[in-house]
Write a protein that binds this ligand. Sequence first.
Ligand code: ZN
Length: 462
Amino acid sequence: MSKTPLKSILATSVMLLITACSTETRTSAAQNSISNTEQAKNVIIFIGDGMGVSTVTAARIFDGQSQGLKGEEHTLAFEDFENLALIKTYNTNAQVPDSAGTATAILSGYKTNIGAINVRPHDSIKKMVLNSCVLKHEPPTLTQHAKKAGLSVGIISTARITHATPAAMYGRAVDRGWEADSDVDERALKARCKGLAAQLLESPADIILGGGREKFTDEQLSQWRSKTGHIYVENSEGLRAAPKEQTILGLFTPSHMSFEADRPKNTEPSLAEMTGFAIDALAQRQTGYVLMVEAGRVDHAHHGTNAYRALTDMQALNEAVKVAKEKSGEDTLILVTADHSHVFTMAGYPVRGNPILGLVRRPDPEAGGAAKDYAKADDGNPYTTLGYHNGPNIRKDDSPALTDNMVQAKDYRQQTAVNLAYETHAGEDVPLYATGPGAQNVRGVMEQDEIYNVMANALGWK
Ligand SMILES: [Zn+2]
């Protein structure tokens, strides 16, 4: 047998590597094969901020167990949608993305830099200043596009309405931090760039509900309210009384709305209530509509390694999807996805039906059911099923031994492996669930910006 010289193998390998690098292309099952069937009158897109697959699985079990079930066989409201895809979430300059770049991909159809909202990667502050903040060649925002197509628009978030995800529905910013005018870079402000709050008030959206009053000045709000047909509300009661045919802005809290676990029910509407209100109001207009609903605080709970609040906010999202399924007709494309994942994991061989927030007890194959004792780590301590790769709660030698009461409490922060002040996003793919006209284009592994094409195609846009 003749041996190929090593030098020649290396040369071939290098050549193959060069070929592989130079031919990196974007391919996906849905790419180039979007099929055109019946048209959707309405599109509702739910974005669970930070809702990776592990979050969906844990939420499914948590929701099932809160109804007295074992949990594993339970299904969330969107898990019976007939179409499903995995979504690649990277930003143009980041392997692990943030919500600004990912929301731009989902809602405007192109990928951009981490932290950027509806501007291209090359749109620097310098360029914005040079162009007096007018970017003539950028595609319209989803709100502008929908209004131009004669549709009504709703924007809902439990985060500040000027936060990255909802902002990608109506605004542009080189830096997602430009929420109020006072947050905008001085050079950009001089060049007449506006904060996202001001951009929202200038946008033609019909129903806008969320948190973040503190990002608007009293003058901005009173000017907006003085326009004919504009109704501003600040609490649940105001929302319930609001005439649905008007343009409605509801800002229910100074900053983000409360986590579902802490929500004062008489003053702050639930995500489900806001969703129901918006669908009724938009459907009444008979124009067809685009509605974006963000469960914005799943992400915030994860950043604090507080699984309890992440999962209760997931339950709030689940209730909102149920409302959308009930209220919208067969002419509505409903999408449920996440902008990115979190370093949240579910592990350790717990027995079936083990409390999802609890300490791990393994199955006892001899006696059946759960083992009498908790499973122990190498340091002799019990551990939880749920944990985070990084974040603020690393276990130290003098940390107290965990008890089930401790770890199932609302304020418990799960253990982490890498010590960081805030837990981070994760870079693996996230799910996209779809039902209704156009849902057939959700399949395989897709680039995140293709979600926009799915919506545009369903609505018959070019
Ligand atoms: Zn985040």
